[in-house]
Design a protein around this ligand. Structure first.
Ligand code: PBG
Length: 328
């Protein structure tokens, strides 16, 4: 008989499989995105994201108490405002939708960590992530004008009680501008989670319905990354690390597991988040609704693979389900 290396020895007993498991997924690793809208007594279902709703502020208390009781440590907030303008000014108002929501959540669930997404696409009438003009000879988002507005919006989130701010607009110099602006306003203690490598992705489709944030013209390819590039992601994250990002993020997750691994390898000392985005969630839900896949096993496998690739934490619309399944 020729020699056989027997790896199956470690797979034979379930307890042994538990002992040699390399990657664990815990509710503690998860961040749940929440959509808050204006109005009263609103609980508007998001068609492409079953189980998710646009909630008005008065519905948040109940929702966040449930999230907290499931052992999910954090939520990330997205606001859908009543009115939009060219610069998204309402995003920086003290009684803006996100600011109201932050205060309501902090009061209802004081132990839950409140992260705010920082961007302008939900607040501008054109749906782009900042100030649009023709300064460069093309109609495009003006980087430096947008930085100033981002700082104003971030300070207003901080004043409302946000406990971490997650800028998602992919502007150059965004982390340096925000760190400087927050420090100057007395918020040097507030961490920044940078959407450092965010791709221009079709996987955001359902989110744009949920957040009413699709661009009215053009696309986001002049600021979000080309899905074909991974080395460039390393430049993006290196800059954000140098500028003072506390947590890095790769987004989307599933089609970018290689990017997650590369970023973790390049910066093992910096906590890394991955965003399991709306399109990834919708595909699982749609296939499960047809009876084509086992939702629970698929979702656990996807999230485990994102952790295995190198993500320390995952933003996911499956957070509540996962916590229930893991706690069973
Ligand atoms: C921008 C933002 C987007 C998402 C999170 N923040 C959309 C975009 O860049 O167009 C997408 C999240 C998802 O698809 O789940 N504020």
């Amino acid at each position: 008989m020729f020699p056989i290396t027997r790896l199956r020895r470690l797979r034979a007993h379930p307890r042994l499989r538990d002992l040699v498991r390399e990657t664990v997924l815990r509710p503690d690793d998860l961040i749940l995105p929440l959509f808050v809208r204006c109005g009263e007594n609103q609980r508007v279902p998001i068609g492409s994201m079953p189980g998710h709703f646009q909630l008005s502020v008065d519905h948040l208390a109940e929702e966040v108490r449930e999230i907290d009781s499931l052992g999910i440590p954090a939520i990330i907030l997205f606001g859908i405002p009543e009115e939009k303008d060219a610069e998204g000014r309402i995003a920086s108002s003290d009684d803006g939708i996100v600011q109201q929501a932050v205060r309501a959540i902090r009061e209802a669930a004081p132990d839950l960590l409140v992260i705010t997404d920082l961007c302008f696409c939900e607040f501008t009438d054109h749906g782009h992530c900042g100030v649009v003009n023709d300064r460069t000879g093309r109609t495009d988002v003006d980087n430096d004008a947008t930085l100033e507005n981002l700082v104003t919006q971030a300070v207003s989130h901080a004043q409302a009680g946000a406990q971490m701010i997650a800028p998602s607009g992919m502007m150059d110099g965004m982390i340096a501008a925000l760190r400087h602006g927050l420090d100057a306003a007395g918020f040097s203690h507030l961490p920044l989670m940078s959407y450092a490598a965010k791709y221009s992705s079709a996987f955001y489709g359902p989110f744009r319905e949920a957040a009413e944030s699709a661009p009215r013209f053009g696309d986001r390819r002049t600021y979000q990354m080309d899905p074909a590039n991974a080395r460039e992601a390393l430049r993006e994250v290196a800059l954000d690390v140098a500028e003072g990002a506390d947590v890095l993020m790769v987004k989307p997750a599933l089609s970018y597991l290689d990017v997650i691994t590369r970023v973790k390898t390049a910066h093992p000392e910096i906590p890394l988040a991955a965003y399991n985005v709306s399109g990834e969630f919708a595909m699982v839900k749609a296939a499960a609704a047809n009876g084509w896949i086992d939702e629970q096993r698929i979702a656990l496998e996807i999230l485990t693979s994102i952790r295995r690739a190198g993500a320390d934490m995952i933003l996911t619309y499956h957070a509540k389900d996962i916590s229930r399944w893991l706690n069973e």
